[in-house]
Design a protein around this ligand. Structure first.
Ligand code: SAM
Length: 212
């Protein structure tokens, strides 16, 4: 994600009714924010929010939380969210995924989406990849008993690394394809900004769904 300093982004985020600011104080009680007990699905590293906003539009009985580290990107998601006047099931958090267990309680999240996560190509940065065993262990704690993760990327190196990490961590793969858009799993697929860009360039999209 190219990070341009978007003027006033911090103020926009501070003023937005769609951003939860005291996220750690909601640990274990996110259902109160939504005012119902519907399942909570999160996207970690949502970027400009195209995917999660469309998911929330299509599935009003699921609660969505989009997580993004950078203000300059989050403001773009807020702009999209502001156009959805009647939407009640989507909020955002500006945070680093490193702190995910401080924000969500045990078994609080039903589904995690990881879309086109940063590849961190250098070996010495492998621990920062959002599909490293370090992160998988954190996700395991916040996922419900029947919870699962879906990961999409066009990056073959990152995908192979993730499959190894999933296997070594003892997770079970429910579905996997190295060419999502030409597979049966493409039905109902919601594209992300990066997915649109890279598939238009001709890159096949890898996808895996897995559970602890
Ligand atoms: N998911 C979007 C898509 O598919 O279009 C954006 C993909 S972009 C390559 C990765 C995004 O993840 C960036 O917006 C980046 O700021 C965010 N990100 C990377 N590491 C993160 C972390 N540790 N916590 C939260 N967000 C993170």
């Amino acid at each position: 994600m190219r990070l341009r300093n978007v003027k006033g982004s911090r103020d926009t985020i501070a003023d937005s009714e769609f951003v939860i600011h005291d996220e750690k104080s909601n640990r274990g009680q996110w259902n109160k924010i939504f005012g119902n007990d519907n399942p909570i699905n999160i996207e970690i590293g949502m970027g400009k929010g195209m995917f999660i906003t469309e998911m929330a539009r299509r599935n009003p009985d699921i609660n969505y939380i989009g997580i993004e580290k950078y203000s300059s990107v989050l403001v773009r998601a807020i702009e999209k969210r502001e156009l959805e006047e009647n939407m009640k099931n989507l909020f955002f958090i500006r945070m680093d995924a490193e702190e995910i267990e401080e924000v969500f309680g045990n078994e609080e999240v039903s589904y995690i989406y990881l879309n086109f996560s940063d590849p961190w190509p250098k070996d010495r940065h492998a621990k920062r990849r959002l599909t490293s065993d370090r992160f998988l262990n954190r996700y395991k704690n916040i996922l419900t008993k029947d919870g699962a993760i879906q990961f999409k990327t066009d990056n073959v190196m990152l995908f192979d690394f993730s499959l190894e990490s999933i296997e070594e961590s003892g997770w079970k793969i429910d579905a996997m394809t190295r060419d999502l858009h030409h597979s049966d799993y493409n039905e109902g697929n919601v594209m992300t900004e990066y997915e649109k860009k890279f598939s238009e360039m001709g890159n096949p999209i890898n996808m895996v769904r897995f559970r602890p």
